[in-house]
Design a protein around this ligand. Structure first.
Ligand code: SF4
Length: 403
């Protein structure tokens, strides 16, 4: 009997890897904060933690499968097709298990050049494009696919759009792994096409084109990197179906959906709209829960400053930071290493620039600091950040008390 080469449901080793995962990623500090009602105080410092934050079900599962894979194949070379999730702490720990992260080359022949039949390749929670998958299957190596069920659901819908003659308009970052994988699903049916819009501004241009106020040339120039090969705006924007990268800002996704619906209605009328427009909500529930929790926290008021923890390239962390930055001073940090004495290294919110530095971010006197973390941030990272903030005021976790 030949060995199965494709695994999608783990290896049933949860009891073996569970204690290791808990040791690596759990945090007594976070547990204490939760037990104190997600809000605690010491001296003039109050800390508030969002009710939903950190690891989502998809990331939990992907990380667990990576550890299980190491157990299952102790003697084989194991590769990860890029980062398993967008968190440097987690990727570092996985690399220390002896799992190698492959470079992010566009061409699968380059990316997987080293991989041989006897090797194991782990595919990340956000999935890989169809072409990469075919290339890997051709190699005959063992594949451990951790693609999240919520991402698979988006793929299913995008594939359906293509089959029914709709172009997938994807609210997402065209260079993000998940969006690249999702877009590739539109090409699995003959004549399928996609266009990725990043934000309202880009959606406005697409709407202008639909209304006849922008040229096909303007679309092709603006979206050169974000459309399917051979995309013809005059042909491919007559019937559109909306989809999202699962981790985008929910409010923006809904707004873009409405903008496109309105533009299609104006051009084709109510009857035409029914024939030519499809939409469904593909923001995953974990992303939505984290965004809802932070909005609730902001609505309750009383916060002076917000710390959002997550990889700089983590889309859902960026979305959380954008929500907070609309209301109060917000710092997006990668983890505890971002806090250097009184200073802080951070990614400026909503700006596509590299890291920035601020000398003194914590106001003097009584202060309430809000905390949340993206879906790829483990609790141990959150806990270490809390400890560093407390240390800034000369306190420890043991002193924290309920408000
Ligand atoms: S953010 Fe959502 S789609 Fe992405 S891995 Fe987590 S649960 Fe899955």
């Amino acid at each position: 009997m030949s060995t199965p080469q494709y695994f999608q449901k783990g290896f049933g080793l949860k009891t073996v890897v569970g204690p290791v995962l808990a040791q690596n990623y759990a945090s007594a500090v976070v547990e204490k904060l939760k037990n104190l009602g997600y809000e605690a105080r010491v001296g003039e410092l109050t800390l508030k933690l969002a009710r939903e934050f950190g690891f989502c079900y998809g990331v939990d599962r992907a990380v667990e499968y990576a550890y299980e894979t190491r157990e299952q194949f102790p003697d084989r070379r194991i590769f990860l097709s890029g980062e398993i999730i967008h968190n440097p702490d987690v990727n570092g720990r996985i690399e220390r298990l002896g799992i190698r992260l492959l470079p992010g080359a566009k061409d699968p022949r380059v990316r997987y050049a080293e991989v041989e039949q006897a090797d194991v390749v782990i595919l990340p929670a956000f999935g890989v494009p169809v072409g990469e998958m075919e290339h890997l299957r051709g190699k005959g190596c063992v594949l451990v696919d951790t693609t999240c069920g919520s991402v698979l659901n988006v793929w299913k819908n995008v594939h359906k759009y293509a089959r029914e003659g709709f172009t997938a308009v994807i609210h997402g970052k065209h260079h993000h792994e998940e969006t690249k994988a999702t877009a590739s699903q539109a090409l699995t049916h003959e004549g399928g096409h996609y266009l990725c819009v990043r934000d309202r501004e880009q959606a406005t241009l697409v709407c202008d084109f639909i209304r006849g106020r922008a040229t096909a040339g303007a679309i092709l120039a603006r979206f050169a990197d974000a459309i399917s090969p051979g995309f013809d705006p005059d042909r491919d924007l007559l019937r559109v179906g909306l989809a999202n990268q699962t981790t985008m800002l929910m409010s923006e996704s809904l707004e873009i959906q409405e903008m496109l619906r309105q533009a299609m209605r104006e051009r084709f009328g109510e009857d035409g709209l029914r024939e030519r427009f499809r939409a469904f909500d593909t923001i995953c529930s974990a992303t939505q829960d984290r965004q809802d929790a932070v909005q609730k926290m902001l609505a309750a008021g009383g916060l002076d400053v917000m710390i959002v923890i997550g990889g700089y390239n983590s889309s859902n962390t960026q979305a959380l930071a954008r929500i907070c930055a609309d209301e109060l001073p917000t710092w997006h940090i990668r983890g505890p290493e971002g806090l250097e004495g009184a200073a802080l290294r951070h990614r400026p919110v909503g700006v596509h620039s590299s890291e920035s530095f601020v000398d003194a971010w914590l106001p003097q006197g009584p202060v309430t600091v809000g905390l949340t973390a993206g879906a790829s941030t483990p609790n141990n990272v959150v806990g270490e950040v809390v400890q560093k903030i407390l240390a800034l005021r000369g306190h420890t976790v043991d002193e924290l008390a309920a408000v």
